[in-house]
Design a protein around this ligand. Sequence first.
Ligand SMILES: [Zn+2]
Length: 528
Amino acid sequence: MSYRVLARKYRPRTFAEVIGQDHIMTALSRAIEKERLGQAYLLVGPRGVGKTSTARIIAKSLNCTTGPTVTPCLECHACKEIEVGADMDVVEIDGASNNGVDDVRAIRDRVHTRPLRDRSKVYIIDEVQRLSGPAFDALLKTLEEPPGHVIFLFATTDPHKIPDTITSRCQTFEFRRLREEDVFSKLQQVCELEKVSVDKDVLFAISSGCRGGLRDAESMLDQLLAVAEGEPTLDDLEMVAGLARPERWLDLFEAVERNDAPEILKSVEAFLSRGGTEHELVGQATDFIRDLLHLALLGEDSLGVQPAEDRRERMMNLARALGRDRMEALMGMLFTLESRIRQAPLAARALMEWTLLRAARLQELLGVGELMKSMESGQAPTSMNTVAPSAPAPAPPSAPAPPSAPAVPAPTSPPPAAEKEEAPSDSEPTITIESLLELACQRQPTLGQVLQARFLRGELTESGVEISIGELQERDVLMLEDPVTLKFLENLPGSPGPWKIQIEKPEIQEDPLGDQLRDLFGGREEVP
Ligand SMILES: [Zn+2]
């Protein structure tokens, strides 16, 4: 008997077996029961959450000999053939490799003939966003007036790349990422059916590392079982899936917390040398900080974060030492890092090390938030309950503005976060934008010089600083968008609050000769 990968072997075969997408399954079941299924559906969602499986289940529901039914028998020819992709009337097309206009024309030509055996002809187009423009045009003609016996099921990870003319003719279902506990229980089930024993910790690591994609989780388990000698361990997982064991993140961020630069660089090296990529490192590090925030803010109620007892203790200690401000700022830095790596993949490692080293110095740049104080006193501030579990704010909260601050505040009322360092006593008593820029220059010369050199105009308001600056190089733009930079500026002694920096585009140069030529030849200007 040939080996079937777990993801295929245990793919859901009925609506009841699809996990974590109840909203869609209910709607589809009702439509089938009432025989009111539409003719075109767009199944949208991340990879590996059940889109194609759902499409096949719809096909079975329609074509099962006992159907149309929401509980296909799984025994008849139609059910069996659809299951393995061999039914003549259920056509599965991979949009990535059959994306030309001819492929779609071939569908169009066959659509009008009756099904060979089944009740309905079902066209499942996976990755439909990969179709070419002309192919979409050809598809549109078919979608405008499909024959009654045809249903189209399009699956996509990227709906924005599909023309509106197509999406407007489809009913859309949005698939969600799966929750960790759902993935965990499915993996447990698979292990039972496979009669293999895998440690809970390993299953937890997989379910949090798969980022809501069940197929990814199942193939990690597959690889793990293939290589492990005896019961698989976290070490095995690290080796096969590039998924760092949770302790590694504790080691790394404890080093960040105590500003231990050598240890940070060693951690990065260790991760990469075990085969992980920079991209994976950023993703997993972000997830770890998110877990940390959840633990700190929700405590026992933290959803889906269930570390083993000894690790939980270490995580709580780390969360306490970092404090909410730093954790939120860290998350912001990791998000920024992700997009920077996308822009400059060759510099990925340097960018990552730079970001982590900067993160280690956050303490010098940030004030420690209210949360930390309250955590030390063992009390949760009431505002913590308002943090939504699934969407922690990436930006650090701004320091509270001084109540009814004058337009030009005196240096004696800096935001609380900057209390440690007073403004030099010999400086001018009146705060101006120029004096703030000068101060920025003394403390962070690179940043200060860019701001001073490009400064156009600005305004101090009661709640913050708004300045406009001239055009900048890309790396300087990134520096100014960095949450650490903004927090640094906000915390400058005398700064009334957050800084809003507007970067102005250069004006278009006057071109008298061009104007003359245009007039002479009756041309018009091409706007790029
Ligand atoms: Zn059947």
